[in-house]
Design a protein around this ligand. Sequence first.
Ligand SMILES: *[C@@H]1O[C@H](CO)[C@@H](O)[C@H](O)[C@H]1NC(C)=O
Ligand SMILES: *[C@@H]1O[C@H](CO)[C@@H](O)[C@H](O)[C@H]1NC(C)=O
Ligand SMILES: [Zn+2]
Length: 586
Amino acid sequence: MSDEKKDILPGAMANVGPRKSKSTILVAAASVWLSITVFLLWARTSQIIIQDALGIFTASSDEICPQLAPLVPSTNAEIWEQVGQVYGTEEFKNKAIDWLGGAVRVPTESFDKMEPVGVDPRWDAFIPFHEYLHKAYPLIHSTLELTKVNTHGLLYHWKGSDSSLKPLLLAAHQDVVPVDPRTVNEWEYPPYSGHFDGENLWGRGSVDDKSGLIGILSAIETLLQKDFTPRRSVVLSFGFDEEASGVYGAQQLSKALLAKFGENSFAMIVDEGGGYSTNAGAVIAVPAIAEKGYLDVRIEVASPGGHSSVPPEHTSIGMLASLLVLLESHPYEAHLERNTPVYGLIQCVGAHSPELPGSIRRAIKRSLHSDKALRDVEKEFFQNPMFKSFAGTSQAIDLIQGGVKSNALPEQAWAVVNHRIATQSSVGAVKSRDTAMLSHLASQFNLSYSAFGELVHGHSGPAYGNLTLSDAWGTALEPAPVTPTVKDAAPFRLLSGTIKAAYNSHRDLKDEDEVKIAPGIMSGNTDTRYYWKLTKHIFRYGHWRMETTKLPGIHTVNEFIVVDSFVEMIRFYATLILNADESDTI
Ligand SMILES: *[C@@H]1O[C@H](CO)[C@@H](O)[C@H](O)[C@H]1NC(C)=O
Ligand SMILES: *[C@@H]1O[C@H](CO)[C@@H](O)[C@H](O)[C@H]1NC(C)=O
Ligand SMILES: [Zn+2]
């Protein structure tokens, strides 16, 4: 991070840091659902006029967000029933509370800008966590092969009997967002208490993401208790710095996975992400099939210093301010396009949310073929900023600094613009757009302009100063490849059916299509950013119940999980393992 060395006030950077994933993964996914709910509320109470008259209805209803039947294990039916019975007992619920509570009670905080493992003593927090896992899951640790990657990354291999089958990869992260000491007394129960209040289990990590990690391990431990031996290998990959961008954990794990298994070697990956919600008149599960990209652009202006009693027309700060005003007055345009994940999501909302007004539902259907209807749908949905942000690239000026003294001309001023890149765009497109946007003003200010390592334009004569654009921390990330869905993709079908089977299994629902599956989008990033080469079939989904009445405090105070919902997560992972095990199509 050589840029920082040039900072006039380097100390001010200490608490800024690169690329916080405070963009919270889970909140991002939950917000998909929240925003649908908000949209529905809004749509119901406003006057919506969408011209219907000209739309000719050509789409058959099964073209829109097709749903598949629940997928109940068949070869593995017996073991599935056995573990299902176990999960339904009070005894198991208490066990689940112990397992998750114990994990929450070991604080495993990760911080931005940590020194490497072996140098930064804060990584030692993971040692007692591993000891805990070892004690809590004796069968896993006597059966699965465990490799520790970069000391704290956990890579478990549960070897199947048929090595021709691509393994199933289940991912989760061990680390949690630090608890701000100033907020400890705002917690209803202490943040690392793992307290069970009779309904909910409290503490940092109870959702994000110890529920996933412990959910996976608990499912496997119970399958082992019933002597299940897999045909298809199951691999577990647990990073330890997801909340600080995953460079020591998932990035190293991905190298180990590639070395051991090779490219495209996994049938599918399931990592943390969306869940399901029971709001808006339907139960809709939102496994994320896409992640937006990421770019922090640093804009730096340098110009001659001097005493401010004889000032130039524009100082570095003044010029930077003009550049920022220009950017903000030209937001990225967002359009709803067919063949994008957000369009698929809207199709599903249209098809399966009974509370959505008929006129909107009809427009959504017609938009498959009518551009006019597509624009109408865009107009309606984009009134909700969340949908708009899923569709387009966003920009937000999040940092600014410049100047040292009120009587000295600032030699340098800089700002950082955070972009979340649309799934159909790219890092390159965003760089070009920002570069072009500021070009004219750079000339007007007589600045020599270079962007991302290239000179954009110099000056025939000497320039007054410099404008430099750069990737602020070198953390640019392309949008993730979009995971294929229904028609052509067996893994998506398997996941869909599994979600439905897990949901139905303890509700006395048999073949009923109670849960609808809507492919979602993450506006934040997960550890899967490092796993693209392992498979095309990546899902960010944890089968947790996304509450909208009471927010589960993810990344803030009062994080908690409803224990019944956690037990259902365990059912989900067990069902997924058994379905994947017997599948001949993934
Ligand atoms: C602009 O950049 C050039 C080349 O790096 C450098 O020589 C010059 O001093 C810079 N100007 C200012 C005002 O910082
Ligand atoms: C640009 O700035 C330099 C240095 O102050 C000056 O010599 C030159 O005349 C300026 N050019 C224009 C076009 O303003
Ligand atoms: Zn997480």
